[in-house]
Design a protein around this ligand. Structure first.
Ligand code: SAM
Length: 280
């Protein structure tokens, strides 16, 4: 039986006498319409495996389990896992794993090992605890087995930074857009969560791209980091200092790529950074 999200919360407080743990980013979704938006954005089919991070008390998990073939739900809080087992007892296609997502390897899931489901077919869905947003996105984008797509609830401002375009790029935007296409699906008021967080959120969809074959990834990020070292300073100065290269050489290289040495790093596109990394 499916339980309404707000009742799930009352149930949690009354029966288990539990208070949400701030340190674990426990802000539970209590707005049905937002849960529906996440589910719609995920376009789930029975052939999909869903990896859900931080299922909490299972409000989103129940809906996912109805549509996807299998759900692997990774939750760090042991007490939540006990509640989840209760809430999800009627759903036989859910595997609950009590682990930190940053230490989790999808290949170790029993569901993946013992079923016809292909690892390449998995989608990541999460109302992410804010404190692990960046490490989670990095982990899955850089993974040998990246998900087909990620549908995440994250802080609104972080979502906007991830999806920014020149002249508003940042290291975060370059790092995510190098590996994927990202777009904001919808904004969410902080009133949709219990307890209410200080900031608003957004649903973001991140679709990993095929990896660039001819780009040296380490060099690419070395150059990007050097370029953004002092975001207010001119690109040519940052690159010359960070890469310990001659300023004139850097100026020539930038001009050859139609980039003015006086530009700031935030004005460069992913293509610009790739061109630079190939020439350096
Ligand atoms: N999915 C639920 C919902 O939408 O109502 C809960 C979302 S709540 C924002 C984040 C959840 O992630 C919490 O249940 C928390 O215990 C869990 N969590 C926090 N850190 C985690 C980690 N490192 N690995 C896995 N789960 C984590």
């Amino acid at each position: 039986m499916e339980v309404e999200p707000q009742y799930l919360c009352y149930y949690l407080i009354m029966r288990y006498k539990i208070k949400p743990i701030k340190r674990l980013g426990q802000n539970f979704l209590i707005d049905k319409s937002i849960i529906s938006k996440v589910i719609k954005a995920a376009e789930l089919k029975p052939a999909n495996i869903v990896l859900e991070i931080g299922p909490g008390i299972g409000a989103l998990t129940q809906k996912i389990a109805k549509r996807a073939g299998k759900v692997i739900a990774v939750e760090k809080d042991k007490k939540m896992c006990q509640i989840l087992k209760q809430v999800l007892r009627d759903f036989k296609n859910v595997e609950i794993i009590n682990q930190d997502i940053l230490k989790f390897k999808i290949q170790n899931s029993k569901l993946i090992q013992n079923s016809k489901f292909k690892i390449q077919n998995y989608k990541l869905v999460a109302n992410l605890p804010f404190y692990i947003t960046a490490p989670v996105i990095r982990k899955f984008l850089e993974s040998e087995n990246p998900p087909k797509e990620m549908i995440l609830i994250i802080q609104k401002e972080v979502a906007q930074r991830i999806c920014a375009r020149p002249p508003k790029m940042s290291i975060l935007a370059v790092s995510v857009q190098f590996y994927s296409k990202a777009k904001i699906i919808s904004y969410i008021s902080n009133k949709s969560f219990w307890p209410k967080p200080k900031v608003d959120s957004a649903i973001i969809k991140i679709v990993p791209k095929r990896k660039y074959k001819d780009v040296d990834v380490d060099l690419f990020f070395k150059i990007v980091k050097a370029g953004f070292a002092h975001p207010r300073k001119q690109l040519a100065n940052n690159l010359a200092n960070g890469l310990k290269l001659n300023k004139q050489e850097i100026n020539d290289l930038l001009l050859k790529n139609n980039i003015k040495p006086s530009q700031r790093a935030e004005t460069l596109s992913i293509k610009d950074w790739i061109k630079l990394s190939k020439m350096l």
